[in-house]
Design a protein around this ligand. Sequence first.
Ligand SMILES: *[C@@H]1O[C@H](CO)[C@@H](O)[C@H](O)[C@H]1NC(C)=O
Ligand SMILES: *[C@@H]1O[C@H](CO)[C@@H](O)[C@H](O)[C@H]1NC(C)=O
Ligand SMILES: *[C@@H]1O[C@H](CO)[C@@H](O)[C@H](O)[C@H]1NC(C)=O
Length: 352
Amino acid sequence: MENFANPRKMLFFINMQILLSFIFFTIFYRRETPASANVDLQENLLVSRVLSKEPIIVLLWTFPFGQRFPLNQCPQQFDGSDCFYTADRTLYSSAHAVVLFHRDVCTSKKQLPQTPRPSNQRWVWFNNESPSHCPNLAIMNNLINLTMSYRVDSDIFAPYGWIEKHNTTMNFTIPRKTKLAAWAISNWNPNSRRVKYYGELKKHLQVDIYGYRGLKLPRSKQLETLSTYKFYFAFENSIHVDYITEKLWDNAISSGCVPVVLGPPRENYERFIPRDSFIHVDDFSSPQELASYLLSLDKDEEKYKQYFNWRSEYYVPPQDNPWTVSYCRLCKALKEAPPYRTIASIEKWFKN
Ligand SMILES: *[C@@H]1O[C@H](CO)[C@@H](O)[C@H](O)[C@H]1NC(C)=O
Ligand SMILES: *[C@@H]1O[C@H](CO)[C@@H](O)[C@H](O)[C@H]1NC(C)=O
Ligand SMILES: *[C@@H]1O[C@H](CO)[C@@H](O)[C@H](O)[C@H]1NC(C)=O
């Protein structure tokens, strides 16, 4: 270990670290993005910001699930430009925020930073799993300052998807439909509500199953394949408040299917998407009733089309990387965060 007793030496070291990370980032960024004057300008702006004004340093303790993605590329509306994102743990002592992705650290307290926390550093708990798949929450007791998750009442709301309003009314073209209903499922748990529901439903309706137990669905073909179906079953693996995942956003909505959802109650979905954009299994007293409704829609094109009316007003913004926006939202939240906040028990809140 170097001796950092001399603060000037330490400051120099930190600056060098930032500069080095930045150079690497710039090289990476250049490779990923086609060269253009605009990009150069943005880079220069970013560089001068980082070097002149003190940036808010955000340390990703891990890349979620080890999936690396380019940092420091926040879409403008998220106002991430005052932050410098890094995954370089040697910057720990200068980081203003450390983001702990629950799944990557929950096996043991030893996975958390072990060196004493600088006094102004916030620890951010980031999680995108439902409480049913979120073990060891107690290790987070009395450590966390801010929460970031798909729950609306998180400090930083990090949903799987969202809609935005078009500036003008658009004509949405429904993809050509040749098939009826699809469901992609990788985790086939016979005791889960969704698998039991399907067991009844399939007696009355033909559903094409993709994934682990069914037809192959390579990621590159997903959108194209699913878009040929009229309905997509966006059935969540467990039922929890606000727990609405990529099953709805990517598999159903982005593919241009009508989502048939199983998850939290209808009112919960309506916080995020228009009420006439989806079909909820709870709207029917039995799987058989749902099946006959879907079959009737299959024969009634005008009625089926009404499930797309909302798309003349709203759209789902495309995301290059599902993680980027969550981290970008964090930057603004850090600037607005209360001076002091600590959470005694994540578990008490998240499991309620
Ligand atoms: C929509 O309007 C906003 C605000 O006026 C503008 O910033 C944005 O570029 C517009 N988007 C499109 C797609 O025209
Ligand atoms: C949408 O369709 C209507 C009717 O066909 C047409 O009058 C209108 O110009 C279209 N709007 C756009 C934005 O293409
Ligand atoms: C963050 O939480 C820790 C642990 O409870 C606490 O010691 C620290 O003062 C908090 N920091 C802020 C900025 O709230």
